[in-house]
Design a protein around this ligand. Structure first.
Ligand SMILES: Nc1ncnc2c1ncn2[C@@H]1O[C@H](COP(=O)(O)OP(=O)(O)OP(=O)(O)O)[C@@H](O)[C@H]1O
Ligand SMILES: [Mg+2]
Length: 380
């Protein structure tokens, strides 16, 4: 559906040749050789920290930035294509017909809710413009989907923040775009509203089957919404996969840390057979299952999610593959879980357990580590 190949976009820098480059004129590669494919009906998320190039990628797809080189196509329509020299295809933004929703919901304040949604259809060229009746039908249908029917005649500025954001979405959806581009559309809202709109967005995206590219720096949002995630760092895609794969099998330490708190313990592969690894750490041997077949002697970091650590005050011994002894340092009640920090040898291990388990600091405990829930992160 959407295909991006080797997209490069730099800002600044010296364009004319022959001139001496100074430090201040060095180009910033906001997007550096990014490629990905979004299939029909997917919600594809670009996730990464501030400044990693998410917005620039999205604006390039929209036609609001002109990339240095690369190819962007939607279906069989080439929107942009350039090798950096020679002929360039660059379809203007208004010819691309894509839906866009940005962080600052640019609704038209002097118009009613209805008119805001009708406007993109009304301004079409005569040959392409639906009849008044059809426009009204389309607008009403979209407003109903966004649960804004009751507010149809109201001035757009007299809506709550959440309603305004739904209106921005309605306006993007009314043109029935083949591709919807969303740049942090929920970030201006308070936490509660953000969560409820997140689920609404997911329901809507599923029901309407709209192919979307979603930009966020919020990992929870990305995990909850996406069918595929591309994790970006400094202009490049560092990992591409389903939310669960990215969470459970982070490609490197940056991804593991960015996606959520994790315990990282360095070690060396002591043996490996058919995906079953035995890693030697300063706290003792760890058994784990991993698809990465790393040779004996490889330096690795073992990543264990806090919720994959079990705690007990008595040893389970032979019943479990991995058991370490430690001492509780602190604990924190989080409502749906209790976080414990446990000192094990020279490391501190975070365990997030069921709220029925709450162990006082200073208590000697046993940690059980499920081999199937430990991942190996290559040291790079
Ligand atoms: N118009 C511009 N001129 C110069 N540099 C720019 C411009 N737009 C973006 N950049 C730079 O390109 C890099 C990527 O910016 P971009 O806006 O794509 O990041 P982002 O991932 O969307 O970040 P955020 O999460 O903060 O929105 C940054 O280093 C930024 O400073
Ligand atoms: Mg941005």
């Amino acid at each position: 559906m959407l295909r991006i190949d080797n997209l490069v976009k730099s800002f600044g820098g010296e364009k004319s040749r022959g001139k001496k480059k100074t430090a201040s004129s060095a180009a910033v590669f906001a997007v550096n050789n990014v490629s990905f494919e979004v299939k029909e009906g997917e919600l594809f998320t670009l996730l990464g920290p501030s400044g990693c190039g998410k917005t620039t990628t999205l604006r390039s797809i929209a036609g609001l930035e002109k990339p240095d080189s690369g190819t962007i196509s939607v279906g069989d329509r080439v929107m942009f294509s350039s090798t950096g020299r020679g002929r360039t295809v660059n379809m203007p933004a208004n010819k691309r017909g894509l839906g866009m929703v940005f962080q600052s919901y640019a609704i038209w304040p002097h118009m009613t809710v209805f008119d805001n949604v009708a406007f993109p259809l009304q301004v079409r060229e005569r040959s392409d413009r639906p009849s008044k009746k059809v426009i009204a039908e389309k607008v009403e249908r979209v407003l109903a989907t966004m649960q804004l029917s009751e507010q149809s005649g109201r001035q757009a500025t007299k809506l709550s923040g959440g309603q305004q954001q739904r209106l921005a979405l309605a306006r993007a959806l009314v043109i029935e775009p083949p591709l919807l581009l969303l740049d942090e559309p929920l970030s201006n809202l308070d936490a509660k509203l953000r969560e409820s709109l997140r689920y609404e967005l997911k329901r809507l995206q599923r029901e309407l089957g709209i192919t979307s590219v979603y930009v966020t720096h919020d990992q929870v949002e990305a995990l909850a919404l996406s069918t595929q995630i591309a994790v970006m760092e400094r202009g490049g895609v560092v990992q591409l996969g389903k939310p669960r794969d990215i969470y459970e099998q982070p490609a490197n330490k940056f991804v593991a840390e960015f996606i959520g708190t994790s315990n990282f313990i360095p070690g060396t592969v002591a043996s490996q057979r058919a995906g079953r690894h035995c890693v030697e750490t300063s706290n003792g041997i760890l058994y784990l299952e991993s698809a990465s077949q790393l040779p004996v002697g490889s330096e690795v970091v073992v990543s264990i999610r806090p919720e994959a650590v079990e705690l007990s005050t008595t040893a389970r011994g032979e019943q479990v593959a991995n058991e370490w002894q430690g001492t509780v340092v602190t604990r924190a009640f989080l409502g749906d879980a209790v976080d414990h920090v446990v000192a094990v040898g020279e490391h501190e291990v975070r365990a997030r357990v069921n709220p029925s388990v709450s162990i006082e600091s200073g208590t000697s405990v046993y940690l059980q580590l499920d081999p199937s829930k430990i991942s190996l992160v290559p040291v790079n």
